[in-house]
Design a protein around this ligand. Structure first.
Ligand SMILES: Cc1ncc(COP(=O)(O)O)c(C=O)c1O
Length: 423
């Protein structure tokens, strides 16, 4: 075949693809999960057109004005100067051992445990941890129990692994353990296997609630009885305002039957993309077995180890607690002053989120009217398994990144929104 004929044949072959539909090639997973929302991805909210002073109270991201950029740069410079070859090559399946050793020391100190580096695997944020856990634990059709409502990214990740999700209500004291017992019994009586319960027990996203100590021990007992693992997402644990949350489920259970997820995203910066699973060594070994991404960036993990070892992390977190406490208080006062009797809420004791019930109008109408006032936030229904069927009564406001001026302004804007839509 001549070069020209070959070119024509290749062109004709390529053209056969023009009307091909990618959906014919997709996995069941890709067909099931659908497109994500800005809330799942923590970014991407569009500014409302035409408003001179928009406020976006949407993503769970740290305060932009206090990011420790300078300290991170210094740590990065040091590791690049001191050990360039080491930080610029692959770092191994579990992640840089030096960082895992720092984590073992730090989590051991915080939780009163003896931990080893091999009790940790490091991933791309807690999201990477959850994906790896699902990969290692789930066979399509397994049941996973989640909180209703739950962080929307978690729902997507578990759904992407073709598990059957079952939602159990979150109450003022956190996840209903009676609800978990019923869900386990229902699944078991229909011959299904419940693999794990996923929960975010401290300053939960989106409700801001904290699981009581009593419920923690009840959950541990229940799950041990049914041999159901607990996945404890501790994303906001260290970001309490005044009072520490109760002992971790991991620590109460002495690491048996519990896999704990932690992250640097909220205590330092989401752009680091570094989080970890803390678990028994045989669990960690199993997670490593199904990791195929060649590990998390050694450059970032060395930088983090350097940042922590030079004593920068603990003071930074200590400085952030009153920053978030004040932001939360300003938002709460603004809502109390301007939005009664249209809102009902419990003030959280930490974390990034405020969850409130809209009284007198559906949350969707309130959110639409608020957008006209230049105020954006996600609807509560975004955090339930079935957004269509979920009761349209709540919204989630993130106070972590908005300025104090903006937070004080939320009450008046919401009041204007309520006045437009309440009967
Ligand atoms: C409860 C919870 N888990 C996990 C994540 C994901 O965080 P990361 O940046 O560590 O992947 C978030 C982010 O908002 C979250 O709220």
């Amino acid at each position: 075949m001549t070069g020209t004929a070959r070119d024509a044949a290749v062109k004709a072959a390529s053209e056969r693809w023009l009307d091909a539909d990618i959906r014919d090639f997709l996995s069941d997973s890709a067909l099931t999960v659908g497109a994500g929302s800005p809330t799942d991805a923590g970014t991407g909210w569009k500014l409302p057109a035409g408003h001179p002073d928009p406020i976006i109270a949407a993503g769970g991201i740290p305060d932009a004005g206090t990011l420790p950029a300078q300290e991170i740069r210094e740590a990065l410079d040091r590791v690049l100067s001191d050990k360039p070859q080491e930080v610029l090559r692959y770092g191994g399946v579990l992640g840089f051992e030096g960082l895992r050793s720092v984590l073992a020391e730090r989590q051991g100190r915080l939780e009163g445990l003896t931990l080893e580096p091999d009790n940790f695997i490091v991933h791309n944020g807690s999201s990477g941890c959850l994906d790896n856990l699902c990969q290692a634990l789930l066979t399509p059709g397994d049941v996973v129990i989640v909180e209703g409502p739950s962080y929307s990214g978690t729902i997507r990740a578990i759904r992407g692994h073709m598990a059957e999700l079952v939602e159990v209500p979150v109450e003022d004291d956190g996840l209903s353990v009676d609800g978990v017992a019923e869900a386990i019994e229902r699944a078991e009586s229909s011959g299904k296997r419940v693999k794990f319960v996923y929960l975010n027990p401290d300053f939960q996203n989106p409700t801001g609630t904290t699981l009581s100590e009593e419920r923690r021990s009840d959950l541990i007992k229940l799950c041990a009885e049914h041999k159901v693992l607990i996945v404890e997402d501790a994303t906001y644990t260290e970001l309490y305002f005044d009072t520490e949350p109760p002992e971790s489920i991991y620590s109460m259970a002495n690491g048996q039957g519990v896999l704990k997820i932690g992250t640097f995203s909220k205590v330092i910066a989401t752009g680091l993309r570094a989080g970890w699973v803390q678990a028994r060594q045989d669990y960690i070994e199993a997670l490593g077995r199904v990791r195929f991404d060649m590990g998390t960036s050694p450059l970032i993990l060395h930088t983090l180890a350097e940042f922590i070892q030079s004593g920068k992390l603990d003071p930074h977190i200590k400085r952030m607690r009153p920053v978030y406490a004040e932001k939360c208080a300003v938002l709460s006062n603004s809502l109390l002053e301007h939005c009664e009797p249209y809102v009902r809420f419990n003030k959280p004791g930490g974390g990034f989120f405020f969850w409130f019930e809209c009284i007198g109008a559906p949350a969707e109408d309130v959110a639409r009217a608020a957008a006209e006032e230049g105020l954006l936030f996600p609807l509560g229904t975004a955090f339930f398994l079935d957004k269509e069927k979920a009761v349209d009564s709540h919204v989630r406001l993130a106070f972590s990144n908005a300025s104090l001026r903006q937070l004080a302004e939320i009450g008046p804007r919401l009041r204007a929104a309520f006045l437009k839509v309440v009967d």
